[in-house]
Design a protein around this ligand. Structure first.
Ligand code: ADP
Ligand code: 5GP
Length: 198
């Protein structure tokens, strides 16, 4: 039996809004107990059913700016409707203290930043056709029509960036995409010495 080495690469899941990042992350968390999701901070409004400290830390603009000033973020971006999103260094430290591997769900600029700055970061782009993204966002119905349009315009640009990440998984069939994503993450953890061969 080999021993677990304390190496904690970050797993970065990126791609356009509606690609299924959140859905796929929930699927792999159930299968890979070494993983823990970093809770980002955001200034976007809380959606029905979301809890502060579970999906996000929901901050006011003033609170977010104060955290930027303190250097609390590994990265942060402005996304749709001038709302800000950022990865808190404290979340990375909290997950490392648990001896777990951090999962970050980021839009593409933040993911490219982490890929460049964090040694060993494993970046995985989740892709789907634009028409399918639009259909899913309308069905999810968590944003206004105007905001869905803004997300789709950004998505077209993001899909052109897929080749810049280490892996790309097309999320057409959810079961297949979950299997493939889990296989990639398990393999990366074995290579980094974070997970025993199972
Ligand atoms: P993201 O986190 O990338 O914005 P979500 O995980 O919220 O995307 O998924 C967007 C919507 O699409 C959700 O309603 C989700 O249930 C649905 N969805 C995710 N994957 C698939 C899939 N493979 N086929 C059909 N619908 C999907
Ligand atoms: P949503 O508003 O749908 O929750 O998220 C919008 C986008 O912001 C998604 O693509 C999500 O992955 C991204 N996002 C969430 N948290 C962060 C973060 O901390 N940093 C960056 N760069 N993007 C984030």
């Amino acid at each position: 039996m080999s021993t677990v080495v304390a190496v904690s690469p970050a797993i970065v899941v990126t791609g356009p809004s509606g690609a299924g990042k959140g859905t796929l992350i929930r699927a792999i968390l159930e299968r890979i107990p070494e993983l823990e999701v970093a809770i980002s901070a955001t200034t976007r409004p809380q959606r029905p059913g979301e809890e502060n400290g579970r999906e996000y830390w929901f901050l006011t603009d003033e609170e977010f700016s104060a955290r930027v000033e303190e250097g609390a973020f590994l990265e942060w971006v402005e996304y749709v409707s001038h709302k800000r999103y950022g990865t808190l260094r404290s979340e990375i430290d909290r997950i490392a203290a648990h001896g777990r591997v951090c999962v970050l769900e980021l839009e593409t600029d933040g993911a490219l930043h982490v890929q460049a700055e964090v040694p060993g970061a494993c970046t995985i782009f989740i892709a789907a056709d634009v028409e399918e993204l639009e259909r899913r966002l309308r069905e999810r119905a968590t944003e206004s029509t105007g905001e869905i349009g803004e997300r789709i315009a950004i998505a077209r640009h993001q899909l052109e960036q897929a080749h810049r990440f280490r892996y790309m998984v097309r999320n057409d069939d959810l079961t297949r995409a979950s299997e493939v994503l889990a296989a990639i993450v398990e393999r990366e953890l074995v290579l980094a010495g974070t997970m025993l061969h199972r």
